[in-house]
Design a protein around this ligand. Structure first.
Ligand code: SF4
Length: 321
């Protein structure tokens, strides 16, 4: 059979597809909570902050009737409000209760675990060092579990080297759930050097989903000429995946929100492309990237599985009939 000269030959491209990737159990649960609340009500359902950090998800829920607000003050009297997967400070719950608003808490159970650790440690007289990134909603929620003078945010190894505590013998740490495992280890090591009695959480705070997605990136990044992470710019775990890929020697690791963001010029000369997605990015956006690549390349997808995930979090009892 002779090749059709009008049909240009597409260049081969191997896509290393990281598994696990995309939605985690906490994100699935949070979205299900909003959907169930929308099904149960004719009136709008209010959600404080993006339920998960993904524009696509937020826009889909808005189209179904969810109204996203920044503060409780924006929720009308008598309405129902949902707290996002990232968790909220106690003060936010108190604001909702003071106004007699009905609320549903979509905080991920693994974030709740961190909240419980911080408050238990503070109650036991420890000063809590929270390892995390300033301004992230999860960090604000965890800081808001205890009195401000009982907790200090530590963002970097440099912070760990200089942070001061009231009593070096009574100090505990806890972490944001979506950090880089390797960067956090360096910070904890620095804290342990300074505070040998440093109390650790019973179980690691960086969640299973964050760890698994980083491990999957570590498996593909050394083989990839470039790597795409599908995720939102404000998604902590997605941004960490870009950093992990770069730390593994991948020459070009880029965060994109969806296929339309792909820079095909930057894919010139690339034979092997890594692909993954942050914990708040739906699989439909990953498949959209693959389909868009197929329009230009002769794509072979190699699924690289580092771990099976079967974690499921149950919905709040009030939503389960
Ligand atoms: S990334 Fe981890 S902590 Fe955050 S929602 Fe998912 S499972 Fe929960």
């Amino acid at each position: 059979m002779t090749a059709n000269p009008a049909q240009p030959t597409r260049r081969p491209l191997t896509v290393l597809l990281a598994t696990p990737r995309g939605y985690c159990a906490g994100v699935e649960r949070a979205i299900q909570i909003v959907e169930a609340a929308l099904d149960a009500h004719d009136e709008p359902v209010y959600v404080r902050h993006e339920i998960v950090h993904n524009r696509h998800v937020v826009e889909e829920l808005e189209a179904k009737g969810a109204v996203f607000v920044d503060e409780i003050a924006e929720v009308p009297d008598g309405a129902e409000v949902i707290f996002s997967a990232h968790g909220v400070a106690r003060e936010v719950v108190e604001q909702a209760e003071k106004r007699h608003l009905k609320y549903l808490d979509a905080t991920c159970p693994l974030v709740n675990k961190v909240h419980a650790e911080a408050s238990n440690r503070a109650r036991q007289g420890y000063h809590v060092l929270l390892i995390g990134h300033a301004g992230h909603p999860e960090v604000e929620g965890t800081l808001g579990q205890v009195a401000p003078d009982a907790i200090t945010l530590v963002q970097t190894v440099a912070d760990a080297e200089t942070v001061t505590v009231p009593d070096p013998a009574r100090v505990a740490y806890t972490t944001q759930t979506t950090l880089s495992v390797d960067d956090t280890t360096a910070i904890i090591d620095a804290l342990k050097r300074r505070f040998p009695a440093l109390a650790a959480p019973g179980k690691a705070d960086i969640c299973y989903a964050t760890t698994n997605r980083q491990d999957a990136v570590k498996a593909i990044a050394p083989r990839a000429d470039a790597l795409l992470v599908v995720g939102a710019p404000n998604s902590s775990n997605s941004r960490r995946l870009v950093e992990v890929a770069a730390a593994q020697g991948c020459p070009r690791a880029v965060l994109i929100e969806r296929a339309a963001d792909m820079d095909f010029g930057a894919l010139e000369g690339i034979a092997t492309l890594g692909l993954t997605a942050g914990a708040s990015a739906p699989e439909v956006l990953v498949q959209e990237v693959i389909e868009t690549l197929r329009q230009r390349f002769d794509v072979t997808v190699e699924n690289v599985v580092v771990r099976e995930e079967n974690v499921v979090f149950s919905l709040p009892r009030s939503l389960v009939s």
